[in-house]
Design a protein around this ligand. Structure first.
Ligand SMILES: Cc1cc2nc3c(=O)[nH]c(=O)nc-3n(C[C@H](O)[C@H](O)[C@H](O)COP(=O)(O)OP(=O)(O)OC[C@H]3O[C@@H](n4cnc5c(N)ncnc54)[C@H](O)[C@@H]3O)c2cc1C
Length: 276
């Protein structure tokens, strides 16, 4: 069990991890090497680091967190479940347990497809490793919107009769996989997913796998209160759920590294102080 789990590897998450380590708490950062900051050619307005490239700044923060003893796990957290004194975070087929959670998930809130929420666990899945065996010898659709999508689709290709990928995942795909250029619009089915409407056409599948870079808050932890598109927090970066904090772009504008780093620090110090 970790003292603190940080969801999202960006400036807010790394700052939270650095400050949690400074208070000698065990910390794990869960995310991928793909935060918004890596897309910034040059950051001119961060005090003390004029003209640094976004990628260099990102790597420096990550290395600093690693040097201070933060641990990292690669992937997307699909769900966070409160268990009284701690939280279970689902990551692929694994669960990570932590006493406190700091959400540093950025501003990009993916929209769920119509039908997705209702059919989750009934033909719709976010995890090939967890659910792939249920579709052995069957036909599945893969909606590829995240960096792990190619690996997951290739894994499914080893089990399923037919895998059809929607989107253009990073990485090579197994030759058995069909790629469809149509845009997924609706997941079809009443009590169970039966297919996908894409580009206006209904296509039959036994299962639909969705791989994204992030999760909508309503799926990740529905009990966390929102303020429009952003997570509602107080001055200590506490959410309405005791033990759960939020920091960075996910709490609102301005979308700036300085704000993300500051909020990550505040959240980590409060979270660390609350663990006896
Ligand atoms: C092109 C560009 C240029 C910019 N230039 C500047 C600038 O000059 N100065 C400045 O101050 N700011 C700039 N910004 C803004 C800055 O990059 C952001 O404000 C900052 O990165 C926010 O940090 P964050 O940690 O809150 O979120 P992010 O950096 O977005 O990191 C969040 C991470 O969490 C991940 N994540 C989300 N959900 C999950 C989940 N369920 N499980 C695991 N991981 C998850 C996301 O994939 C992402 O990697 C720029 C942004 C862009 C796009």
């Amino acid at each position: 069990m970790f003292d603190i789990a940080v969801v999202g590897a960006g400036p807010a998450g790394y700052s939270a991890a650095i400050n949690a380590r400074k208070r000698e708490k065990t910390v794990v950062v869960i995310g991928q090497n793909t935060g918004w900051l890596t897309k910034a050619e040059r950051v001119e307005n961060y005090a003390g680091m004029p003209g640094v490239s976004g990628r260099d700044m990102f790597e420096t923060m990550r290395n600093q967190a690693a040097d201070m003893g933060a641990q990292f796990r690669s992937g997307v957290v699909h769900q966070i479940i409160g268990m009284g004194e701690s939280f279970a975070l689902s990551l692929g087929a694994d669960f990570i347990e932590a006493r406190r959670v700091i959400l540093c998930t950025g501003a990009a809130q993916p929209k769920r497809l119509p039908g997705e929420e209702a059919l989750l666990g009934r033909g719709v899945s976010y995890c090939g490793t967890c659910d792939g065996m249920l579709y052995k010898g069957k036909r599945v659709a893969v909606i590829a919107q995240g960096p792990d999508a190619a690996d997951e689709a290739n894994f499914l290709a080893g089990l399923c009769e037919k895998v059809t990928v929607f989107g253009r995942p990073q990485g090579a795909l197994d030759a058995k996989i069909a790629v469809c250029e149509r845009k997924p619009e609706v997941i079809l089915g009443e009590s169970k997913a039966t297919g996908l409407r894409a580009g206006g056409e209904d296509m039959a599948f036994d299962g639909v796998f969705i791989f994204r870079e992030a999760m909508a808050m309503g799926a990740l932890m529905p009990e966390v209160e929102m303020d429009g598109a952003f997570i509602r927090v107080d001055r200590h970066m506490r959410t309405n759920v005791p033990g759960v904090y939020a920091a960075g772009d996910c709490t609102g504008t301005p979308f700036q590294v300085a704000k993300a780093v500051g909020e990550g620090c505040v959240a980590a110090l409060d979270a660390a102080g609350s663990i006896k």
